[in-house]
Design a protein around this ligand. Sequence first.
Ligand code: PHB
Length: 399
Amino acid sequence: MGALSANSRPPRLRRAGIGLVAVALALAGCGGSSLDQSGGGESGGPVKIGLLVPLSGVYAPLGEDMRAGFQLYLDQHGGKLGGRQAEVVTADEGEGPQTGVPAAQKLVTQDQVAAVVGVVNSATALGLRDFFDESKRPLVVANAGANELAGARRSDYLWRTSFTNGDVGEALGPAVKDDVDGEVYLIAADYAAGKESTGGFRKSFEAAGGKIAGSEFTPFGKTQDFQPYLSAIRDSGADAVYAFYAGAEAVNFVKQYKEFGLADEVQLYGPGFLTEGGVLAAQGQAALGVQTSLHYSTELDSPRNKEFSAAYTAKVKKPPTVYSVQAYDSAAVLDKALAAAPGASGPELAKAIGGVGAIDSPRGSWSFGADHDPEQTYYLREVRSGGGGIVNGVVRELD
Ligand code: PHB
């Protein structure tokens, strides 16, 4: 199908323990007003930024993409953010809050970073919300899509350059209702992101008159053999499947879906993470025909994406992903905010993040909405052979 410009129409409006923190900060010797200057140094001096991404566990490849995206932005800007030399301190988020929360706390209390960027897993982001809110240090979430962070648990100190899990699923529901004559089965990793993603899809699919054939949640990070679940899908008589998996789980699920013979019988849909980047490369031919919704594709035909994609591929030796774009954009947000803020204290920086305006992103221009999430366009993508490899071709924009 024809290529699309990422900017061809205005973005779809999105549907839109104080005690412990005080003790941790006091132990680290950074109580009182000195806290507000942490990581910022003197005005115009170097600035320390924490990069919290998975370097281990099922989401480690996503963390690698985010590191590469963040570093590319720095390389393209002389290693500076807001005119200050950036010192990046990287920490391992691991597979969930047990590892991610202490790693973030160390970045803030010990390393004294001015802000933290990253976080892939929704459960980790939810576990970190109060710590950042109470320590008044900005967390720029560059992936984790937990719904509540853009709703009931929004904070002045939390900003997200990625998406809300429910929105990515919700964008796809009406398109699937139009294309599928029959019922859809929902399957997902059993944690916040899987529940919210399938919940968003179910909401708009049912509102359009669609029927759900059944649903299953599989143990997160532990399921390697999907065969029993694939049998249940076949037995349900579903005509299509909506699946939330990412990283190593997405590779296994899509390959086994094909090997089991379901790919030729039951159309597979999901949020774009199901077939993104290194995951797609590992799935290979098994992923052909899978359709997904996402706010990015390497195939977006805009000058900004082509320029970004060429620079990224030349440096990293593989194509960019939505994860690298989200981290790249997070660096752009901090660059603008640090340039505008009078100092790099948490409150000054958080306020400046709220005022950064439009971000000229490879995904298309976007700005923060009132919920601190991007207002952006979602695309229907289809896995195809093209350009010497297998890619997520852009079918059309989703309403
Ligand atoms: C999440 O936990 O919110 C999450 C993780 C990986 C993805 C997307 C969302 O690819």
